[in-house]
Design a protein around this ligand. Structure first.
Ligand code: DUC
Ligand code: ZN
Ligand code: ZN
Ligand code: ZN
Length: 483
């Protein structure tokens, strides 16, 4: 059975043109005018784009005394509703737990996915076991390792551990990811705020100023450089961090930055809402920033100094947020966004003229597919690629509301926002997965996407090491030692 998407305009990261797309057995088999197939999907008035890839989700994650509320079922349903056809979730070993042990838990949870998925592996502690298991993890098709420079006493790793793990990544051809915030300073500031009686959700923002993020981003970039490995900085939220990434790029380092749709469109005033619940629901790390930081992130997307727009989807209900009444450090950190990332970015980016349609495809799909080494299987409209596609209706509108969302939680941080630009159909490996406001693929349709170790980019990075390798100096006239 073949399927043909007819009368649409194909939009990729570099081209816009009219053509039909013929699909068989989950793959694109032909692109061109007047194609025929057994089944037709009408894309009149629509753009046909690569399905979105969200490389940053936390589904059913044990965190801060609870579990994030969207699991692989509701999370991937939300993804498809918003035009995203692949998510990359973080397998998170408890400190002391083996990586393969944690991976087993993620394998079990992800059997319920409606769309394709992959994992990053988090390094939350360091030992010979972790060193050895990193190789087995890459052999399972996971070529990215995440490091938390914050969450002291829980997930945080220190600089010696960062350097060891980054060097191991370099050996394995894997890429390290960092959550860049100075966890020591955050802990100090939090304690001081609480001691002074500032225990409300706004204390969360005060405890994590842009400087803690800028400092950690700079530090991670320098450590990655010394380890001879590229670096991917998750949730870049401020100019200080963006500046470090820009500078590194200008120096020829392979460093990528990932702003979130939340940081691009919501600002710090949310924390000063009179309603405790309103503010607490928006507590995430890093926190929302002011307009100048937002302008910096938008400029980064337009200029190419920032590469990917993600969500860090980590949804907690109002009830879970209330664990932090009287102590903001106990508010589970995280916000949702999987369903809204693409419509919000289209509305606030493409509709406003801040980014082009082609840049939209680049930052929601193609760039990350290349970084993660799954291009052109994913992130492409090309013959041979997986038919993970979105038929995007630029005229469709809706008002975002918790009442109609797919996410399992009881609110939406974008509540009331009017969006223009929505999926008419989302296809996952050639199967219509979202249509008519409903999920169409069953639980378990999603498959694990293995990613090759031996990233070409990591092999290209030997300059620093060669320039700075220790060389013995031949000396004459060695002074005599003391009497
Ligand atoms: N930040 C969050 O807000 N939630 C999950 C983890 C993180 O780093
Ligand atoms: Zn993080
Ligand atoms: Zn409110
Ligand atoms: Zn995260």
């Amino acid at each position: 059975m073949t399927k043909v998407i007819k009368n649409g305009t194909i939009v990729t990261a570099d081209l816009t043109y009219k053509a039909d797309v013929l699909i068989d057995s989950g793959k694109i088999i032909e692109i061109g005018p007047n194609l025929k197939g057994d089944e037709e999907i009408d894309a009149t008035g629509c753009y046909v784009m690569p399905g979105g890839i969200d490389p940053h989700t936390h589904l059913e994650m044990p965190f801060m005394g609870t579990y994030s509320s969207d699991d692989f079922e509701s999370g991937t349903r939300a993804a498809l509703a918003g035009g995203t056809t692949m998510v990359v979730d973080f397998a998170l070993p408890a400190p002391g737990e083996g990586l393969l042990e944690a991976l087993k838990r993620w394998d079990n949870k992800s059997t319920r996915a409606h769309c394709d998925y992959s994992f990053h592996m988090a390094i939350t502690w360091w030992s010979e076991q972790v060193f050895n298991e990193m190789k087995q993890v890459t052999e399972r098709g996971i070529n990215t390792f995440k490091h938390f420079m914050a969450y002291k006493g829980a997930l945080m790793v220190n600089d010696d551990e960062l350097y060891s793990s980054f060097k191991r990544c370099a050996e394995l051809g894997a890429i390290p990811l960092v959550h860049a915030e100075n966890g020591d300073v955050v802990a100090e500031l939090s304690a001081k705020l609480l001691a002074d009686g500032n225990n409300g959700p706004e204390g969360h923002a005060y405890s994590r100023p842009p400087q803690v993020e800028g400092e950690a981003t700079n530090r991670a970039i320098m450590i990655a450089d010394m380890a001879g490995v590229p670096l991917y900085v998750v949730h870049t939220s401020c100019e200080e961090s963006h500046e470090a990434i820009r500078r590194a790029k200008m120096q020829g380092k392979r460093v990528w930055g990932e702003p979130l749709i939340q940081h691009l469109t919501l600002d710090e005033s949310e924390y000063f809402d009179k309603d405790w619940d309103h503010a607490a629901r928006r507590v995430m790390s890093p926190p929302f920033r002011n307009k100048q930081h937002q302008d910096s992130l938008w400029a980064g997307l337009a200029s190419g100094s920032l590469s990917v727009v993600a969500t860090d989807h980590c949804a907690f209900s109002t009830e879970q947020k209330r664990y932090g009444v009287g102590d903001f450090t106990k508010i589970p950190n995280g916000t949702g966004g999987l369903e809204d990332r693409m419509p919000m970015l289209w509305t606030y980016g493409v509709e406003t003229g801040r980014i082009t349609m082609n840049e939209f495809v680049a930052v929601t799909s193609t760039n990350i597919a290349k970084i993660l080494n799954v291009y052109p299987k994913k992130g492409a409209v090309l013959v041979g690629a997986d038919a993970d596609l979105v038929v995007w209706d630029p005229e469709a509108t809706k008002t975002i509301s918790a009442k109609t969302q797919q996410s399992a939680i009881d609110y939406n941080v974008f509540e009331g926002k009017e969006v223009k630009g929505l999926p008419r159909y989302t296809l996952s490996r050639g199967v219509v997965a979202w249509a008519d406001g409903k999920i169409q693929t069953p639980e378990g349709h999603g498959e694990f996407v293995a990613r090759d170790p031996g990233m070409p980019v990591t092999k290209a990075l030997s300059t620093w090491k060669e320039l700075t390798a220790p060389r013995p100096v031949e000396r004459s006239g060695i002074p005599a030692t003391g009497v």
